[in-house]
Design a binder for this molecule. Structure first.
Ligand SMILES: C[C@](O)(CO)[C@H](O)COP(=O)(O)O
Length: 255
């Protein structure tokens, strides 16, 4: 729902330099060339809107891959479980946060290469750059204020992004287990890890930021503007130069 972003509607429909977060995510996935089927899990009341955006993207890209929208569940895990019922007999599946709509296509390609070469679960990661400490309630005063106890060794910690890639059967098994144990989880790779399966890390990308708070939207807007302007410059150059591919921009997007 994107309540942390504010704005009163699901964040997938917030605009980032003229295109919605959902549209930008779909376009990136299409341009990465890795997907044969895309399933969008959207809040039930916004399914119509999601389908309108899907239709527009499909038309713009003359896209032949199947893109469907399904009503999501009450939380992230339930939405993924519902979406997994719509992937047909796919051998591999990627789970992506629409909110990471500026993820460069190369990250999708890296994740898919790793699952194709045998990893059961793959996540893009970045190093920790801040000092990280554990917060505990101050026993002297109750829950607030919290006090900090002990450094965590940041060289051993990673910031985990999406798309997260899986052998489909492994992810289905992880979610079946989750339905039984009910342990909270903030991502899919965490569920797979609970099966005792290794999760492999590949390089993530700073531009794959998760648009969560209003500040992220400001940052995303600037990044998107920069990319869109670069694409427009390239288009203009291509249009000037005979013989070059003037039909697509830097990311391969149709004009
Ligand atoms: C999956 C994720 O993006 C990995 O960092 C993150 O856990 C999603 O968190 P959210 O609270 O569901 O946005």
């Amino acid at each position: 729902m994107g309540s942390r972003l504010g704005g009163g509607e699901p964040k997938a429909f917030a605009y980032v330099h003229g295109r919605s977060i959902l549209t930008r995510s779909l376009e990136t996935i299409i341009s990465s060339g890795v997907a044969s089927t895309i399933v969008v899990a959207a809040p039930e009341d916004f399914l119509f809107r999601a389908r309108e955006e899907i239709d527009a993207v499909t038309k713009k890209w003359e896209c032949e891959i199947s893109i469907t929208a399904v009503a999501g569940g009450s939380d992230r895990a339930e939405s993924v479980q519902i979406a997994l019922k719509h992937i047909g007999d796919a051998e591999y599946v990627l789970i992506h946060d629409a909110a990471r709509c500026l993820t460069p296509p190369e990250v999708f390609v890296r994740v898919v290469a790793a699952v194709r070469s045998g990893a059961e679960a793959v996540v893009p990661v970045l190093p920790m750059i801040d000092t990280v400490r554990r917060a505990v309630a101050d026993p002297a005063v109750g829950a607030e204020p919290e006090v900090l106890r002990g450094d965590l060794d940041r060289s051993l910690l990673r910031r985990v992004q999406t798309p997260q890639g899986f052998r489909a059967a492994t992810l289905v098994r992880a979610h079946a287990q989750h339905r039984v144990d009910g342990e909270p989880a903030t991502d899919d790779a965490g569920l797979v890890e609970r099966l005792g399966t290794d999760v492999v890390a590949v390089d993530g990308h700073e531009e794959a930021l998760k648009i969560t708070y209003p500040f992220d939207l400001i940052l995303g807007e600037q990044l998107a503007r920069m990319h869109d302007e670069m694409d427009a410059c390239k288009a203009a150059r291509d249009a000037d130069g005979a013989g070059s591919d003037a039909r697509t921009d830097d990311r391969g997007a149709p004009r």
